[in-house]
Structures are given as C-alpha cells and as structure tokens.
Design a protein around this ligand. Structure first.
Ligand code: BG6
Length: 512
C-alpha cells in the first residue's frame, strides 16, 4: 500500500479474520462509557468499513427506553460534521436495537437471546461478542447469566470486560475466579484502552524494528525512564468512583504499567498474542513491589486564582478524603537489562496540561572535551499530538564551536498528514472481533501487576496518618516533585533553554 505517508514494507499484524454473522451486545448501553467510547468507536469502525456488513448491535441496560430514545443517546456523542457522515450515522443506527432488562434475572437474559435469535434468523452460524461496559459490582452476575442464557449454540462467543479488574491482588483473584468457570481465557478480552493507542502500539516496532534503538536500550546507556500522565481537569462529578480507587489504581497499575512493560520487555519470538504477553509477564515478574519510600502522593486543592474547586469540594467526594489524585513513584525491573534504572511513573488529575509521554534519558557522554553538555533524551509522546523526538546535541551553525540542543523529530501530524489515527477503542473492538488478544490483558499479567502495587496500596489505605500533599488545581503537582525526580537521577538542563518546537506540529503546506 502506498500513500503520501510512505509505502508499507512490512505488516506485523496477525492475519486474523473478521467473523461475519456477528451480533455485538453492549451491556450497560445507557451508561457513560457506552455513550462516550463504545458507540462512537463502533460507528468509527462502521464508517471506515471495518465492520462485517451483516453486523448487528444490540444495546442492553436496565433503563427502560424505547428505540427512539436509545438512538438519541447513541447519537448524542457522535459528531457528524458533514451530510455524508450524517447519512452514514443514519445507516449505522439501522443496525442498532435495544433491549431493557435486569442484570440478575434469567428471564431478562432469555429475552435478550430471543431478540438476538430474531436478528440471527437464517444465519448458518451465530457469533456473539458481549461488551461489558458495566460497573464491577455486576461483572460476575452478568457473566454467569450470559453463559447460562445467551451462549451461542453454533458459533464463537467472546466477552470484552472493562476495568477495574479488582482493587488489589485478592479482589482481582476473586473477580477472576468468578469469571473463570464460565469463560475460557481465550474467550475473555480484558480491555486496557492504553494498549489500543497508536503510539503505544508503535512501541514494539520502534524498539524491535530499529537496530540503533535496540543497541542503546540498556542500563549501560539509559539513566532513567519517566512515564508521565497529566490531565488538566479534576474528577468533576466522577468523584464517587474515583474516591474509591484513586490515581494509582485508576491509571498507574494498569495504563502506565502496561506502557512500562512494553518499554522493558525482551524481543518476543513473534508478534503473536501469547509471545508478546509471555514477555510482558516476564518483566512484571522481575519487578519488585513498589516501596513506600519511593512514592509521593498529592491531592489537588483550589486553583491559585480560586476559580477551580479543590478535590474535596467535589460534591461526590467525602470531605475528609485522603484519596490521591496525584502520584509519582519509582519502579525497578531487576533483570540483566534494567537493574538499577529507575522507572519514574507520574500521574495526576487537575494539572497544568494534558499529556501522556515517555521520556528516556540517556547517560552523560564521557566528560573531557565537554563541560556540561545536556543528556540525550528520547521522548515518545503518546497524546496529544503523537510524536517521537530525540533531543540531540549539535554544533550551532556559525564560526564558533558552541553546542545547541536540537531534535530529530517524527511528528505524526506532519509525517502522516494523510492518515487518520484510530481511536484506541476502535482498534481494540476490531481486535476483539478478529479474535486477536495481543492488546488485551492476560490473567497472569493482571495477577503480576497487582502483586507489584498491592503492598503499597494497602500501606496507603491502612496508615490513616498519611495524607497526600496538596497542590493547586492547574499546577505541575506537589512542590517536591522536581526534587523527587532529581533524587532518582533525572537531570533537567535548565541552562540549555530547550523547548520542543511544537509549532513544527502544524502540517507542512504542499509545495507546488
Ligand atoms: C481511564 C481513567 O481509564 O483513563 C480515567 O479511569 C482517565 O480517570 C482515562 O481520565 C484517561 O484516558 P485517556 O484515553 O483520555 O488518556
């Protein structure tokens, strides 16, 4: 395939096929996740002709509503900037139907089956994909009913499950044990939507498809790694859920740890799901549990100008909450490649900007001819504005021998200006339809990841005298943050005055 972006010379994806005769059931169809993510992703796939032609989409939830109201909700989060897209949305809506029912009643699920059978009439086989966009309290009961009442007699059955997968190792195992009798591991698709993000999916290609990266990807050359997640908004009405989980469970134990494993894993034997996940699990098993001495936690207060509320001013949050909305912590991978390299993970809500990125700081160059030359840094920007840039020292053009920090820059918007970057959920739902598990979380992976975080989480839950440091809404986080990262070896070269020239992100106009 050739495009303005270049010719595709190798395709690392698994050759799996989409199943025709499939019904997708979105359980929790009236909820936020379904409206904001699942349906827009399904529509994105439909619009780009990635769904099998005969696909049918059934919404299922407790809310009693008619087809008209259901479609109004489906449409509410889908943008239709052109009449063509508006027309495609009309066509998409014709594939969607709704069944209202309880989450714990056989008769409700039997009614769902009856509805599916109507849609499946005349089909030689019946494949069913159940997407559980549900609160964890009903995962187990819904899963049992699906197995008992809705399992297809001739066809494939798959279940996509959304996080949270428990709150610690014990509850995750409990949840796992409640799903295990009904579903084989290869029928279960545990979503961590970070694994569907374009740049996260690129990590394996960047690392293993470029020999110069492979050559430097080692404790001999890398001094420290930072994985940063920043959001510029607070909980804003979602405090009920968030307060029970906190930033460590919400973002770090899953999304950021997944990124870490892809950064740290060894070369897989192949791109098959099991080969990739085997290597990821090996990394997790080589990690020691996070120690409280390697952690700082924060909670946002009011913004300095007083316009934004503190976390505790959110009505859905208890007034004495100790829940961290910010955390920076350091993890170590104790193997030959990474021993001693700190992986600094930082995540926070109500910060100064929106950004998820990986920053790999290389070791100092040999001293002697240079006094204090900045370190190289490889920055992989996951979002927004996907990019990869390498901060590199160069001679400042001119008659002196002054050095300057420059960059080798791959900014997607410039380099791939004619390609659309799919939403994470589009990519993952498509994988689910194809039966590709590579970007879903395996049971042993989940177990190993909780093992790393559980002692810390219990320590923070149990020690009531530990309170998070307050930081202003809209700031960079707690004041001690820079000292914290510096104490693990990260060097910020203030004097270089370097700023990544984000203006280069603007598309380059075609030269005629
Ligand atoms: C979710 C968390 O899993 O990820 C949210 O529950 C967070 O708190 C979200 O906002 C971030 O996802 P994204 O794709 O917007 O970076």
């Amino acid at each position: 395939m050739a495009s303005r972006s270049g010719t595709v010379i190798a395709d690392a994806s698994a050759p799996l096929e989409l199943k025709e005769n499939t019904v997708i059931v979105v359980l929790g169809a009236s909820g936020d996740l379904a409206k904001k993510k699942t349906y827009p992703a399904l529509f994105g796939l439909y619009r780009n002709q990635f769904l099998p032609k005969d696909i049918r989409i059934v919404g299922y939830a407790r809310t009693k509503m008619d087809q008209e109201e259901y479609l109004r909700r489906v449409r509410s989060y889908i943008k239709t900037p052109t009449p063509e897209i508006e027309q495609q949305l009309d066509e998409f809506c014709r594939l969607c139907t709704y069944v209202s029912g309880q989450y714990d009643k056989d008769e409700s699920f039997l009614a769902l089956t009856q509805h599916m059978e109507e849609l499946e009439k005349g089909r030689p086989e019946t494949h069913r994909l159940f997407y559980m966009a549900l609160p964890p309290s009903v995962f187990a009961v819904v899963s049992q009913h699906l197995k008992r009442c809705c399992y297809p007699t001739k066809g494939i059955c798959r279940v996509i499950v959304e996080k949270p997968f428990g709150k610690d190792l014990a509850s995750s195992r409990e949840l796992q044990a409640s799903l295990a009798p009904d579903w084989k591991e290869d029928e279960l698709y545990r979503i961590d939507h970070y694994l569907g993000k374009e740049m996260v999916k690129n990590l394996l290609i960047l690392r293993f498809g470029n020999s110069f990266m492979g050559a430097t990807w080692h404790r001999h050359h890398i001094d420290n790694v930072q994985i940063t997640f920043k959001e510029p908004f607070g909980t804003e009405g979602r405090g009920g859920y968030f307060d029970e989980f906190g930033i460590i469970r919400d973002v770090m134990q899953n999304h950021l740890l997944q990124v870490l494993t892809l950064l740290a894993m060894e070369r897989p034997v192949s791109f098959s799901a099991e080969d990739i996940r085997d290597e990821k699990v090996r990394v997790l098993r080589a990690m020691a549990p996070i120690e409280p001495k390697d952690v700082i936690i924060g909670q946002y207060g009011r913004s300095l100008d007083g316009t934004k509320p503190s976390y505790k001013e959110d009505d859905t949050v208890p007034k004495d909450s100790r829940c961290p909305t910010f955390c920076a912590l350091v993890a170590y991978v104790k193997n030959e490649r990474w021993d001693g390299v700190p992986f600094i993970m930082k995540a926070g809500k109500a910060l100064n900007e929106q950004k998820t990125e990986i920053r790999i700081q290389f070791k100092d160059v040999t001293s002697g001819i240079f006094k204090d030359i900045p370190r190289n840094e490889l920055v992989i920007r996951i979002q927004p504005n996907e990019s990869v840039y390498l901060k590199m020292n160069s001679k400042l053009p001119g008659l002196s021998m002054q050095t300057v920090v420059t960059e080798l820059d791959l900014t997607y918007r410039r380099r791939f200006s004619d390609l659309k970057i799919p939403e994470a959920y589009e990519s993952l739902i498509l994988d689910g339809l194809k039966g590709d598990h590579s970007n879903f979380v395996r049971d042993d992976e989940l177990d190993a990841s909780w093992r790393i975080f559980t002692p810390l989480l219990h320590y923070l839950d149990d020690n009531k005298d530990i309170t998070p440091m307050e930081y202003p809404y809209g700031s960079r986080g707690p004041a001690v943050l820079d000292d914290f990262t510096a104490s693990y070896g990260y060097r910020f070269f203030d004097a270089s005055g370097y700023q990544w020239p984000t203006t280069s992100a603007a598309p380059i106009p075609n030269k005629l």
